[in-house]
Design a protein around this ligand. Structure first.
Ligand code: PLP
Length: 432
């Protein structure tokens, strides 16, 4: 048997940081990440044989729980017929219809493999459709590692953005405006100055990558209103929230109730059920600007891959109203338990909630977190000791205070009991 430490050292000797995606390196909490060998139900197991209750759930895809029998069986069935055809299959349209039938305004769907590809394509499509170049995004909203969206706010409210990563050309982010989230005045100012040049506004349906930050009441509807006024497109990113916050994502709790649809949605995570699948969906007139019908180029060797498609179909077909009711109830239960544990330990905090998605923030009880500046101003250092205490007790949390916690249909009473019994010690660690 090897240890996590041995595996991490071995990984660091061949892969930058020992990982294939940065947050897995535990940079913000320190220590050695568990190297996993198995994921079933609400649990993951590491190379040392230690089992954890999982609250990462592959960062969202495992809505039904890890290795749900129906998903595994669908994958086995698909694998028996081949891994990849590079040609069309009937199941691709089936998955596209499962997505479209649950959402409003999704008249056409294009499958891709990752959320990053979906948002990258949505931006290109918006620019190609409108013939305009500028894109508005919000600080603290994450849309994958698309050059144009790895942008940091400039100094003023409506200034063109600066690169948010080395290697991103300033010329690329000069076409992006980064605005403070939940701030209508900033939008008004940006549209007043740049309106005829703005191709699109892109926003997470509910931001979950600066911790969870709910859009204020009517904020997404206002995005719809102001973009429509100026002939810009609205792209609602449901990669994380899609088919998780409700059967129709976070849009199901906002636009469906309020009666509006964006021009384009992006999806990922749950629609692949743990396999690489993502999508762009939206208004036919816009979507038909994509190749081969239109002039906006987009393609993918593995797009609509039959194994990923099978996993996605099985996941959506089993994502029943009972699944959402279960996750909603578990989410409320855990929020209550967290509040009780932190209050007992005297830890100032807020539970940041958007539908059934939530995260914790520290030192924020008076006003909560409404934008990226609030998220950054919190006592984030309290998270590492909290996280490590939970890990020690066998609960695997997201290794950063800026990530949402993920529940699933497989989080049963026994899993919840393990989480709840670990909380008092972890809250005490956060208090120190
Ligand atoms: N959009 C949102 C809202 C996300 O949370 C993510 C990933 O976490 C992405 C896009 C990028 O998706 P992927 O990691 O599949 O490229």
């Amino acid at each position: 048997m090897t240890t996590n430490a041995q595996e991490f050292a071995s990984a660091q000797a061949i892969m930058p940081g020992g990982v294939n995606s940065p947050v897995r390196a535990f940079g913000s909490v320190g220590g050695v990440p568990p190297f996993l060998v198995d994921a079933h139900g609400a649990h993951v197991t590491d190379v040392e044989g230690k089992q954890y209750v999982d609250l990462v759930m592959s960062w969202g895809p495992a809505l039904l729980g890890h290795s749900h029998p129906a998903v595994i069986e669908a994958v086995h069935r698909a694998v028996d017929h081949g891994l990849s055809f590079g040609a069309s299959t009937a199941d691709e349209s089936k998955l596209a219809r499962l997505i479209a039938n649950r959402m409003g305004g999704v008249e056409r769907v294009r499958m891709v493999s990752t959320g990053t590809e979906a948002t990258m394509t949505a931006i290109r499509l918006a620019r190609g459709y409108t013939g305009r170049d500028l894109v508005i995004k919000f600080a603290g909203n994450y849309h994958g590692h698309v050059d144009a969206l790895l942008a940091a706010a400039g100094s003023g409210l409506a200034t063109l953005a600066l690169p948010g990563s080395a290697g991103v050309p300033a010329a690329v982010t000069a076409e992006t405006l980064v605005l403070p989230y939940n701030n209508r005045e900033a939008l008004v100012a940006a549209f007043a100055e740049f309106g005829p040049r703005i191709a699109a506004v892109i926003a997470e349906s509910a931001p979950c990558n600066m911790g969870v930050v709910a859009p204020e009441d009517g904020f997404n509807a206002y995005l719809r209103e102001i973009t429509a006024q100026h002939g810009s497109l609205l792209i609602i990113d449901e990669v994380l929230t899609g088919f998780r916050a409700s059967d129709a994502g976070y849009w199901g709790l906002t636009g469906r109730v309020e009666g509006w649809v964006p021009d384009l949605f992006t999806f990922g995570k749950v629609i692949g059920g743990g396999m690489p699948a993502a999508a762009i969906g939206g208004r036919q007139e816009v979507m038909e600007h994509l190749a081969p019908l239109g002039p906006v180029y987009q393609a993918g060797t593995l797009s609509g891959n039959p194994v990923a498609t099978a996993a996605g179909i099985a996941t959506l077909e089993h994502a029943s109203s009972e699944v959402y009711a279960h996750i909603d109830a578990r989410s409320l239960q855990l929020q209550d338990e967290l509040t009780a544990a932190f209050n007992a330990a005297g830890v100032d905090h807020s539970i940041q909630v958007a539908g059934n998605l939530f995260s914790v923030a520290f030192g924020t009880s008076d006003a909560g977190v409404h934008n990226y500046a609030d998220a950054q101003a919190q006592e984030g250092w309290r998270y590492a000791p909290f996280f490590h205490s939970m890990l020690e007790s066998g609960v695997y949390l997201p290794p950063s205070v800026f990530e949402a916690w993920f529940l699933s249909a497989a989080h049963d009473d026994a899993a919840m009991d393990r989480i709840v019994s670990a909380l008092p010690a972890a809250a005490a660690a956060a208090a120190a």
